[in-house]
Write a protein that binds this ligand. Sequence first.
Ligand code: ATP
Length: 445
Amino acid sequence: MSRHLKILVVEDDTNLREAIVDTLLLAGFEVTAASDGREALSCLSSEPIGIVVSDVQMSGLDGHALLKRVRLQRPDIPVVLMTAYGTIQRAVDAMRDGAADYLVKPFEASVLVEMVSRLLPPAEFDDAAPVAEDMRTRELLALAGRVAGTDATVMITGPSGSGKEVFAREIHRMSKRAEGPFVAINCAAIPENMLEAMLFGYEKGAYTGAHEARAGKFEQANGGTLLLDEISEMDLGLQSKLLRVLQEREVERLGGHRPIALDVRVLATSNRNLREEVAAGRFREDLFYRLNVFPLHLPSLRERPRDILPLARCLLSRHGANQILLTAAAEQRLLTHGWPGNVRELDNVMQRALILSDGKCIDQGDLHFETVEGPALMLPEEPEVQDTGGVLDADLRRREGELILETLRAVNGNRKEVAARLGISPRTLRYKLAKLRDAGVAIPC
Ligand SMILES: Nc1ncnc2c1ncn2[C@@H]1O[C@H](COP(=O)(O)OP(=O)(O)OP(=O)(O)O)[C@@H](O)[C@H]1O
């Protein structure tokens, strides 16, 4: 059932192409090869490609032209260019055009393997079917399998970290679109002013900073599935535009005048009750009905206890530790925990346990659950967006996380009140909460 992303090697020198392909196959990757840019484009539309490694000098469509086409059509796929002309200028040109990295020929096999390992998107989600041992999860998976065969829009709800995205990917994988792209966009984590351009794409010069035209997520998902993650976080203005695209089945890039026909299956997720959002006037009723054609609700992890241990083992093996055992005491502890952060929290607990364990088994002393004051408050190193400006250091970020959580508790989880008290916009608050959640912090409802 597994479906890994492949490396596409584009090289017109047969000997070199075979040598690169062999090196990558030996390193355990799945590889496909093309002898020029045009052949490469046809591989891109027919195979699950995760990264392109391409020569620059080729007749017909050369490496630079191929890079531009990939950036336009599949900006999610990194491109590495191989150049025999190791001048700084060629490398600068390649990077300016959006190459993820470059290799100067001749290069060591190990350099190629290291670069590809670093850039190839993780195959985690393509790897295996979701764990579903509990009867409730099994029933849901069976339902998902039945709806996967249709083109119906599916609305997946459930608490944060419960596996909504996993189920969305599974629906795509079981559908007749499985060989097409699966494109996800998290509506909460993208700054408001960028979401529209990312969804619908834009033409060159559509706004300051639009130096080149870009396909939006809808176009990228053509022939496949688009997941609108955390749809409830989209503002009302954009909701109307989204509704129009869904009704008309075509999209127009910002600054463009040419409608582009769409063949996209849409899935959406939300960890809020969308009916309540509609009642409160925060979500358009007509959009709700368009998206809610087939609702699937994922229960929290504590409501499907038979999933806990199989999930723990699955997560351990995902982290390369399939030999390690859980002691009976550790299993018991896992079964009695409340799991407010659901499967994501379980994953964090397992990762921490791996660090603390003796390498043979995980005992209950190795299990450290999330507390608000704990180490899980460390946020990933990332530049701040919008309101804060500048880059905050780790201490400041930790303090910021603490402040947000303290305020949340003080106002009984009222997000609007938290934003007002902290002097940030509700969207920035949602962004920061999404980041905290991704860093493994359980966010009170
Ligand atoms: N049934 C499952 N089998 C295997 N892994 C799972 C399963 N459910 C969730 N996970 C893992 O748990 C983590 C969280 O899952 P996912 O991102 O799908 O949750 P979510 O409900 O979409 O979260 P959020 O609401 O925060 O976006 C991921 O690492 C995912 O791989």
